[in-house]
Design a protein around this ligand. Structure first.
Ligand code: FMN
Length: 182
């Protein structure tokens, strides 16, 4: 059986869309069927379609240590499904984890982001990827933190090989037939 994947993402400025597209291509090339949808708050995915999926891969840009509201909305829908399809999550923030400090910051950020998830909803995996960072409009303290603590620069921080590698592991787990959550 070909695994059916529903791939959902929410973006504010567009960089998460590129990442979601990339993940979808890798998963599709690995032999899964992918239904991709951008969550914009207008419409939300049909719960029956979510229930019928073999997996949901959901991602969002991170703003102020939280997912965007349309992405949190779909997690709330998923939390009501029984049995819920297995869930993989990706967050898109300002820093691509690349060394010990940024990996610690990424793990902390994922924990903070997951505090906003519905109680009991456990992704099988949750990865943070760097997106596109603009300094325009960012307060000075934010620029200084980003520059000197996280070591970041403005620009496109999307690490396509890290994104591809993660998507490949999701596809491999799906092809191996992950047990559904109960
Ligand atoms: C208002 C605002 C708040 C942000 N807050 C965070 C944050 O808390 N943590 C983080 O890692 N990145 C933060 N960022 C950076 C964005 O997550 C990053 O630019 C990402 O690529 C945005 O994705 P998008 O282009 O899909 O909207 C913030 C950006 C903006 C504009």
């Amino acid at each position: 059986m070909t695994p059916r994947v529903v791939l959902l993402h929410a973006t504010a400025a567009g960089s998460t869309t590129g990442i979601a597209d990339h993940i979808g291509e890798v998963i599709e090339r690995a032999g899964c069927t992918v239904h991709a949808e951008r969550l914009d708050g207008g419409t939300s995915p049909d719960p029956a379609a979510l229930c019928a999926a073999d997996a949901v891969v959901a991602g969002s840009a991170v703003h102020d240590m939280a997912w965007l509201p349309p992405a949190l909305g779909v997690l709330r829908t998923l939390a009501t499904l029984a049995p819920a399809p297995p869930l993989w999550c990706f967050s898109v923030g300002g820093v691509q984890p690349h060394g010990p400090l940024t990996r610690v910051l990424a793990a902390q950020e994922i924990r903070r982001v997951e505090r906003g998830f519905p109680p009991g909803l456990r992704p099988r995996d949750h990865r943070l990827f760097g997106g596109i960072v603009e300094f325009d409009g960012m307060p000075l303290w934010g620029r200084l933190f980003y520059r000197f603590v996280a070591g970041g620069r403005p620009g496109d921080h999307r690490d396509w090989s890290a994104i591809r590698a993660w998507a490949a592991t999701v596809a491999a787990e799906l092809r191996a037939g992950p047990p559904r959550a109960t």
